[in-house]
Design a protein around this ligand. Structure first.
Ligand code: 5GP
Length: 192
């Protein structure tokens, strides 16, 4: 069986990454890696679906057991990708999507050079701020923190194989699909 692609997706929060991935994941050829986090669930988030929500002590126990492919601290909370389900799904031929921030992505660049890296960028920082405000899930201070974080993250976009600008949602979705299709068709693919 041909192994699936390991696809790492990063985007500053508020870039519409969630909306794009929701469409992409309707295709059964993908498996979304549900991360573990120590942050509190936001309104509407379901344990085991959006994240595995966990206390810090338990997260640190998983670190000591080498259960993570990568993990990072972001805005004072741990986030990590569990290794076992990733391996199982790649072996089953699924394309595994990791939706992670830049530090974790850079760890994977070293560990898994065959992974494909996609960055999703907002059309501008101003538009990003407006989107975060419109979401209404965070207070002003948290939004400012996230905007500053976004500016830092945007500096990393050249380290990714592809950058999708999420201006028109349908275009961003088809850009994503085209990138994956092109990777599937590569003659030099490490997965052949
Ligand atoms: P949020 O709290 O907005 O859901 O996520 C904050 C950031 O953490 C986002 O950039 C998200 O992609 C990233 N993130 C989510 N899961 C993981 C993970 O398993 N590892 C790493 N390194 N980052 C993650």
């Amino acid at each position: 069986m041909k192994k699936g692609l390991l696809i790492v997706v990063s985007a500053p929060s508020g870039c519409g990454k969630g909306t794009i991935l929701k469409q992409i994941l309707k295709d059964q050829k993908y498996y979304y890696s549900v991360s573990v986090t120590t942050r509190q669930p936001r309104h509407g988030e379901i344990d085991g679906v959006h994240y595995h929500f966990m206390q810090e002590a338990k997260f640190e126990e998983l670190i000591s057991q080498n259960a993570f492919l990568e993990y990072a601290k972001y805005c004072d909370h741990y986030y990590g990708s569990l290794l076992a389900p990733i391996e199982t799904n790649l072996a089953a031929g699924k394309h595994v999507i990791l939706e992670i921030e830049v530090k974790g992505a850079m760890q994977i660049r070293k560990l898994r050079p065959e992974a494909k890296f996609i960055f999703i960028a907002p059309p501008s920082i101003d538009i990003l701020r407006k989107r975060l405000e419109g979401r209404g899930t965070e207070d002003a201070e948290t939004i400012e923190k996230r905007v500053r974080q976004a500016e830092e993250e945007l500096a990393y976009q050249n380290q990714y194989d592809y950058c999708i600008i999420n201006d028109i949602l349908e275009h961003a979705i088809s850009d994503f699909q085209m990138i994956v299709r092109a990777e599937e068709l590569r003659t030099q693919s490490e997965n052949l």
